[in-house]
Design a protein around this ligand. Structure first.
Ligand SMILES: [Zn+2]
Ligand SMILES: [Zn+2]
Length: 435
């Protein structure tokens, strides 16, 4: 997080830089090209929205993307860490390497929005029949990045450096598709220095926001199994009661965040979501099972909670003569925005959005694996929010992402194309250096 004085300085710089950028011919050309591409991007968005694919099943979408990138003359790699697609666009001269990322997967949600391109796709998910819908707006992300690729391919003689397009599968299924793409070399050859991503969401149409530091929570799952010794409910001394041990673990764990964590490093939540054991009032069972979630914004806090939860469970179980298995599964990492990239791109984003429609914001609570790309890129990354609720919808009652009523307005698509193109071109001009 930036100190207050630094934020003030950042904003002052932003305003000065904003005036200079308004006259920039290359940026003006981006605006013109984005407007000309708007119908095409909208058609892709409608097509992808009508043909949503669940995490790990993005066969049609990734083919659409790969075919388009090939038609633009990019170097294209397919099936990168699953159905990931990587496209490399080289500018007129060598220079910095910037990555642009979009996610392609949809959710097991039955669409209730009455748009002409409504999804009617059905599937069976976890044994239940349901619809499939782009309820998180990844249809918009994919279409905007396809448009950005076409826009920048048309201007490649004008910039020095390389743009790497990263179309990611499986964002909605933790631990996510970014890790396998990175493991498959998505950020190597050429080595990506900085990566930018956009997420659409509910809010005043065209509002753009970003921040320095953490942008979304790390989300980990845990499971604790307490093994006691089964006995008659009337003779507890003949066994080891795992229900009492489990209850002590639940209560003792409440002091991990409140008493043992440096909360100045970032907020944290530890929640037990299920506690199961036993069948009858007069039988002490052999074991109990508990599961829960841990949300953090700081890697040190995250690691500390993992260690302390294990220690608490083990030492309490030991004190009662029980044994315990604690399994913590790491989900999404914290997505961290690079301070310098936030500073550097703020005037660019402010120019795209308009002065009144750009803001520095608080971190979001949702999980997101964009942070894996940002952590791997040598100069970090920047994740930017774009609000897409249609103007006719009342913001007080507008549905959020993952709702069957989530709706994004097509008029936001050219804004996303301009955001991506502008950030890429700005980065290529001088790498990570401050303005
Ligand atoms: Zn989502
Ligand atoms: Zn999403």
């Amino acid at each position: 997080m930036l100190p207050r004085a630094m934020v003030a300085a950042l904003l002052a710089t932003t305003l000065t830089a904003h005036a200079a950028l308004a006259q920039d011919p290359m940026l003006t050309e981006i605006d013109r090209r984005a407007a000309a591409l708007a119908d095409k991007v909208t058609a892709w968005r409608h097509d992808i929205h009508q043909h949503p694919e669940l995490s790990g099943q993005e066969v049609r979408t990734s083919k659409l993307v790969a075919d388009h990138l090939k038609s633009l003359g990019l170097e294209v790699r397919t099936e990168v860490g699953g159905h990931g697609v990587v496209g490399v666009l080289r500018g007129g001269k060598p220079g910095p390497v910037v990555g642009l990322r979009a996610d392609m997967d949809a959710l097991p949600v039955a669409e209730q929005v009455n748009v002409p391109f409504k999804s009617t796709v059905r599937t069976v998910y976890n044994g239940v029949e349901t619809g499939v819908m782009h309820a998180c707006g990844h249809d918009m992300h994919t279409a905007m990045l396809m448009g950005t690729a076409e826009l920048l391919a048309g201007m490649k003689a004008q910039f020095s450096g390389t743009v790497v397009f990263l179309f990611q599968p499986s964002e909605e299924a933790p631990p996510g598709g970014a890790g396998p793409m990175i493991a498959a070399g998505a950020l190597d050859n050429p080595k990506v220095e900085a990566v930018f991503g956009i997420h659409v969401g509910t809010g005043l149409l065209g509002n753009v926001s970003t921040r320095s530091g953490s942008t979304s929570a790390a989300s980990d799952q845990f499971s604790i199994v307490v093994h006691g010794k089964q006995t008659h409910g009337a003779r507890p001394w003949a066994g080891v009661d795992p229900i009492v041990v489990g209850a002590q673990i639940v209560m003792a764990s409440q002091t991990i965040v409140s008493r043992q964590i440096d909360i100045t490093s970032g907020p944290a939540v530890l929640t037990f979501g299920a506690f199961q054991g036993g069948l009858r009032e007069n039988i002490i069972p052999d074991s109990v099972w508990m599961i829960g979630t841990i949300r953090t914004y700081d890697e040190a806090v995250r690691t500390a909670i993992h260690e302390k939860l294990k220690r608490t469970a083990q030492d309490i179980a030991h004190s009662a003569g029980a044994t315990v298995e604690v399994v913590i599964t790491r989900g999404y990492d914290v997505s961290m925005n690079d301070d310098l990239l936030a500073q550097r791109m703020s005037p660019v984003l402010q120019r795209v959005a308009g002065k009144e429609k750009f803001a520095l914001t608080k971190p979001g609570a949702a999980g997101e694996d964009f942070g894996k790309f940002a952590a791997k890129a040598t100069n970090g990354g920047l994740f930017v929010n774009l609000s897409v609720t249609p103007a006719a919808v009342d913001l007080k009652t507008a549905a959020s992402n993952h709702s069957p009523l989530f709706v994004g307005d097509d008029s936001a698509l050219p804004i996303g194309v301009r955001m991506m193109s502008n950030m890429a071109v700005e980065y290529l001009r001088s790498g990570r250096m401050t303005p």
